[in-house]
Design a binder for this molecule. Structure first.
Ligand SMILES: C[S@@+](CC[C@H](N)C(=O)[O-])C[C@H]1O[C@@H](n2cnc3c(N)ncnc32)[C@H](O)[C@@H]1O
Length: 440
């Protein structure tokens, strides 16, 4: 995910709010909202310096803020009962915009030529926040699933109270859905009456294209872990926040289901609450045979979350013939880089990408190069990295189409902020075949 970056405690840089997030700048103006919405005013206090704020440890205040933001900025009428998980609108918008980035990226081809986007929210909750935001901001249509009566009742109310969104959002009871794997259905798709013959072992539904699924899983194994942030009160019942094995078990089940559903969905995604779980989940996704894995970090105030996305769709092939037959290397310059994105960061980023693509590679830090070796099968496929202005994105300027068996990428620092990236085929015998093409 691109966007501004903010300095966090400990000096590390972390991506801040998504640049298309409407709360990127300016942040919500509590005083202005209080003057427009009398029911919000009692929750707003103004400091001696004139700064308006609310008490984020007060559930009623955070719920009223969410209500007025959804109404004022998105035209959405919304409410949840006491104690249900109250979403922060800026924070949830980041995930929506990240999915928008994934869908726009040409990393993998679209499932159909339709320009309509349909997503599946696993665990929409009573607040139904992702379908409401995705539909109102971007016109996406959604299936939102949940398992509890209160979530299903209030998610439906929140849709029905917004006639402009009724045709875009459907709430389904996940308990009544068919399972796509032995495990409890998480991404189970259709009501039983819609179920067709199993496809690839999946009890699949009426044919419908889903461009993505998303999930803010129950993060915790025990409810005591949930209310640990004394600075906020976002509510959240045990049903919403807790599941056996916590988010790792929940997302593992989504991964299992995704391995059955494979190309029926373009992007599988989930939010992750604990960075420590990221590595294991990424390796499970690789084991499941995904062709692409992407991660990002969402930061909102003091809260960090991670986004995980994967797909089984083969990366778009882009075999570009060398304009100069026989040339065994190509190069390009990267200009205007931020100081922290040096040659080594670009190489590390390329390494992460190649590993995520199941390619064998080795960095030589003394030569500032990375050697990549392809199996015969891999040599048939093209490799992709997507675009963003993150360090990940810098290396992803290396759009490649490769039919050689091994190649080297070298990165040279020309001057601060400028890197020369050179790709060379190591097997010279192949130099007349289409070769590594690096496209800036
Ligand atoms: C952390 S809440 C997320 C609610 C909302 N999406 C949000 O971001 O605020 C997790 C939700 O997942 C639901 N859930 C738990 N198991 C589920 C399952 N197997 N299928 C669908 N939803 C489930 C819970 O009831 C709860 O509403």
């Amino acid at each position: 995910m691109g966007g501004g970056r903010k300095r966090r405690r400990g000096g590390s840089e972390a991506p801040a709010i998504h640049p298309r997030n409407r709360y990127a700048t300016p942040a919500p103006d509590f005083a202005a909202l209080a003057s427009l919405y009398p029911s919000f005013a009692p929750f707003v206090s103004v400091s001696r310096g004139g700064r308006a704020s609310i008490d984020f440890t007060d559930f009623a205040a955070t719920r009223e803020l969410t209500r007025v933001l959804l109404l004022h900025d998105h035209g959405v009428s919304w409410w949840i009962p006491n104690g249900q998980l109250c979403p922060t609108v800026p924070n949830r918008s980041n995930y929506i915009h990240w999915i928008e980035d994934l869908l726009k990226s040409d990393l993998i081809p679209p499932l159909s030529s339709s320009n309509k986007t349909r997503g599946f929210d696993i665990g929409a909750g009573a607040n139904c926040i992702y379908p409401l935001l995705g539909a109102s901001l971007l016109g996406w249509s959604f299936v939102g699933s949940d398992v509890t009566d209160v979530a299903l009742e209030w998610a439906r109310k929140n849709v029905e109270n917004n006639p402009q969104l009724v045709d875009l959002i459907e709430i389904r009871n996940a308990n009544k859905m068919s399972c796509s794997s032995e495990s409890e259905a998480v991404v189970g798709e259709a009501d039983r009456e819609n179920t067709l013959e199993p496809v690839d072992g999946v009890a699949w539904s009426k044919p419908e294209t889903l461009n993505f699924c998303m999930c803010n899983p129950p993060f915790f194994e025990r409810i005591q872990e949930a209310g640990l942030n004394p600075k906020t009160s976002c509510g959240g019942t045990a049903e919403e926040m807790v599941c056996p094995g916590g988010e790792q078990a929940f997302i593992s089940r989504i991964i299992e289901d995704s391995a059955s559903l494979k190309n029926s969905l373009r992007w599988f995604t989930s939010m992750i609450g604990r960075k420590a779980n990221l590595k294991l989940l990424v390796s499970k996704i690789r084991e499941a045979g995904a062709s692409v894995v992407k991660t990002t970090e969402f930061v909102q105030g003091q809260t960090a979350r991670w986004g995980l996305a994967w797909s089984f769709i083969a990366p778009r092939k882009m075999v570009v013939r060398s304009s100069t037959p026989g040339r065994a290397n190509h190069s390009f310059m990267l200009h205007g880089l931020r100081r922290e994105y040096g040659a080594f960061q670009v190489l590390k980023s390329a390494e992460t990408f190649f590993h995520a693509s199941n390619l064998s590679c080795k960095i030589d830090s003394s030569l500032f190069s990375i050697d990549v070796t392809l199996s015969d099968d891999q040599a048939q496929a093209a490799m992709f990295l997507d675009e963003s202005d993150s360090v990940e994105g810098v290396s992803t300027k290396l759009h490649s189409a490769v039919t050689g068996s091994s190649f080297r990428i070298s990165v040279f620092e020309q001057m601060p902020g400028t890197l020369l990236v050179k790709g060379s085929l190591l097997n010279k015998a192949l130099s007349d075949t289409p070769l590594l093409v690096i496209k800036a």
